[in-house]
Write a protein that binds this ligand. Structure first.
Ligand code: SF4
Length: 435
């Protein structure tokens, strides 16, 4: 199974190459020395990751072509904008019209959208977000894999089920060999082209250990690697980039400084943001965002979170619900309403970068069984599948009752492809640069 389709290189301008996919042109960053115009490649997240033989590319493209255009047609039909404004107040109609035309919205207007309560009005918001997703990104949907290789964490974030507050959790650490083998299998057997390596802040793995793991995975297979080990310091980020990591998944969780301080003892928002800003300057693709429904969080905070995510040059927005874990200090706080999560995804699509990917998080799927389908038609265009070996994944308990926890990889792939097919989405990453 393949999660990217091959494209043909039609132009090379220093590190930027133009790639054609079924008549559409996209840009990607190239780090392969001998790449030539006319070569076929796989790109992920805007990076060329692999040069492939023409015969192999042609065979995949022939298989894909019909399906691709069929899916595209279905997606176009489902995302058509037929705003039925009867009974909708003038203010909302004006805001949605501006949004659909890609005109900038005032913060007060975005807040108005986040504050909508009427189901019919909210439905219109989702339609506009879905229309914009289709208009700017077509029907491609990123499917990344994630390996959670250690659930040890030295930190005490108040909401987190693998924090040092949780004394009841059985802890695990995968060996270097296990991590490398798991990645190899996910890439070579299951077809993933982008993988996130994630753990708590676990001092047991040094930066050199983590760099060796990244290097070895890259040596064996062509893949885009995102790291998510918490705050590794700027030197750590540099070393991991040199080792071959090209993406950083690190949420800032909330842009409200007072709330951040309360929830993250011993940590500062400033340091978090510095990591994200410097990582972007180093060349990392950024995945970041926040938690929705934190105690004491206002709608203006969520809007500020979305705007901050945009300012951070984010490649993929990740906004998930706060979910109370029984072994944390926030055990008794209620999770947010499903519609608040969906509204956040939709407003992120409207207010965020035009090319932004927006992920339907596993946290949202844990809160609500219909999250994936509904999130994808409210502006999202990305999902992550858990490829951690089953014997470990149930203990990566950042929140309880995680969706898909008992499923094998093939089962997750099959259900994901069905959801995507039904919505006319192609599980591809057509490679859009962030410059
Ligand atoms: S949120 Fe991250 S840093 Fe904080 S306790 Fe959980 S794993 Fe550790």
């Amino acid at each position: 199974m393949c999660y990217a389709i091959p494209g043909k290189v039609i132009d090379i301008n220093n590190k930027i190459v133009t790639v054609e996919y079924f008549g559409e042109q996209k840009k990607a960053i190239n780090e392969i020395d001998d790449l030539k115009v006319g070569d076929y490649i796989y790109a992920q997240g805007g990076y060329v990751i692999k040069n492939i033989p023409e015969a192999e590319a042609q065979s995949i493209l022939t298989t894909w072509k019909e399906t691709f255009f069929e899916l595209q047609e279905l997606d176009l039909r489902l995302s058509r904008l037929d705003l039925e404004k009867k009974g909708i107040d003038k203010k909302l109609a004006l805001i949605l019209d501006r949004a659909a035309e890609d005109l900038p919205l005032k913060e007060a207007d975005l807040l108005h959208l986040l504050n909508l309560e009427d189901d019919k009005q909210i439905e219109l918001l989702f339609k506009v977000a879905n229309f914009l997703r289709q208009k700017h990104l077509g029907n491609s949907c990123c499917v990344h894999g994630i390996i959670e290789f250690s659930n040890y964490c030295s930190q005490g974030c108040l909401y987190c089920g693998i924090s040092n507050h949780n004394k009841a959790l059985p802890r695990y650490r995968m060996t270097k060999k296990e991590i490398i083998e798991t990645a190899y299998e996910a890439i070579e057997k299951d077809g993933f082209k982008a993988l996130v390596l994630q753990s708590g802040e676990d001092p047991e793995y040094s930066i050199d250990d983590l760099s060796d793991i990244v290097k070895e995975i890259k040596k064996r297979s062509a893949v885009l690697i995102f790291i998510s080990f918490g705050e590794v310091g700027l030197d750590g980020l540099k070393k991991l980039y040199q080792a071959g990591a090209r993406g950083l998944l690190m949420r800032f969780e909330t842009s409200n400084k007072a709330l951040y301080d309360k929830l993250h003892p011993g940590k500062t928002l400033e340091n978090r943001l510095q990591h994200l800003e410097e990582a972007f300057k180093m060349g990392y693709l950024i995945i970041t965002g926040g938690l929705i429904g934190l105690p004491g969080q206002a709608k203006t905070d969520i809007l500020n979170d979305i705007l901050l995510t945009k300012r951070l040059n984010t490649e993929m927005y990740t906004f998930g619900p706060f979910l109370p874990h029984p072994h944390t200090p926030l055990a008794k706080v209620k999770p947010p309403a499903v519609k608040d999560v969906l509204k956040t995804l939709a407003v992120a699509r409207i207010a965020g970068g035009k090319d932004a990917k927006i992920v339907v998080t596993t946290g949202f799927e844990t809160l609500y069984a219909g999250a994936r389908e509904e999130g994808l038609i409210a502006g999202a265009n990305s999902v992550m599948l858990n490829v951690t070996p089953k014997k470990y994944s149930e203990n990566y308990s950042i929140y309880p009752g995680r969706a898909h926890a008992g499923e094998g990889i093939q089962e997750q792939i099959d259900t994901t492809l069905k959801v995507l097919r039904d919505l006319g989405r192609a599980p591809t990453d057509l490679g859009i640069t962030h410059d």
